[in-house]
Design a protein around this ligand. Sequence first.
Ligand code: ATP
Length: 437
Amino acid sequence: MPSFASLIESKLSAETVEVLKTAGELAVSGDHGASDAYLVGGSVRDLVLGRSPKDPDITVVGKGGRFARSLAEAVKGTIVSVSQFGTAIIDTPLGHIDVTTARSETYSQPAALPDIRPAAIEQDLQRRDFSVNAMAVSLVPQKWGTLLDPFHGFADAARKRLRILHDKSFQDDPTRILRAVRYSVRLGFSFEVATAEALERDMSYIDTLSSARLLAEIEKILLEPTRADILRRAEELGIIGAISPSLRVTETGLKAMEQFGASKTPVDELLYVACMASSMTEEEATAVIERLHPDKDWQAVMHGAATFRDLASLLESPDLLPSEVVELLERVPAPVLEFQRIAGPKTRQREHIEAYLRRHRNIRAEITGDVLAEQGVPRGPLMGKLLLELRVARLDGKVASRDQELELVRRRLPILLSREASESDNGNQRPTGAAVP
Ligand code: ATP
């Protein structure tokens, strides 16, 4: 087996190498809950591929939780979380370190949560998704840098291919179908023949996944810089349709995703949701929400995309007043409008959206409810009506100053008050024809 000592030392910072050496030394000292320690998973895969791994993943044979506490103390880190399965996250000045307990997993039925037991490192590698993620590098001093590669991940990395470890892998855990497409695009890998066949054959097992696990995988895709290509590939493979027949990604949506993703500043995930939802009808949005149970913001964007479809044609009308545009567009969440602004048709609707986002959505009357109260306007629905009228007048350019607003209040207040009085009189009248005692 090749030695990774020099690779580790060249691809990781000196401080990270120190942390890994400390982990290996703690493991051999025998007093910290573990008897062996390895760098595993994505960290090793990235080293093999000549990439700099992000935060290191360490797996220990023994008790990961106890070991993580000792390691945190030794490297002056703090424990962020420890789970019942012996996994822990340590926060250090260098970033996070994930510590897991080597374990075996068995599945009682497809997509069920696995039965977990502490195990040897070989069994731990056996439970993993793809051969390139199933390698480990020893961290203990006597074996420092030795690669453990029982599933020939090294050879697969060299051939740039993704391979599952056994024929039922996608059935056991269908999130691996989404992971497969995510990694294949990110790494530029193809699927090994049997893996491609199993993926196609087992696509329907996606149905057995819980909403939470499915949604978590979609969120991971949206975090990737190559998100649009991943979704494009997932669509080609039929994975998007397998998630929900109501979920569709369109080329327009994907192109917009690429455009948002190219921004230098961080992009709100909801913009990507708007890109995914852009072609959905209300029924489709409802069906996708039922399948994924996303949070309220996602739901609002999905419904909002459908709402926009319904009102888009109204925005083409030539003589809409700004206040009418505002009334229409205020029903639509901002990410949907941002999407339409860059991807919608370049017609009058785009001009309206641009004007709304740039100026009109922030326009309010200058005078506030407190000023109206000083003018003798009772607080309540009538005050709300007046404030709305003032805003409409501002938007449509009928008033342009505080004095003109006050003038409008003086004109409208008596009318609104008398209308309110007559409405309440009517409300108090006995219905005609009712039996009067
Ligand atoms: P990334 O660069 O995307 O974070 P990673 O490989 O570190 O890649 P994680 O999701 O953090 O990915 O998982 C860590 C490791 O745990 C993986 O490398 C893989 O070996 C294993 N793993 C994660 N999810 C699964 C799964 N569903 N089935 C089997 N093994 C998995």
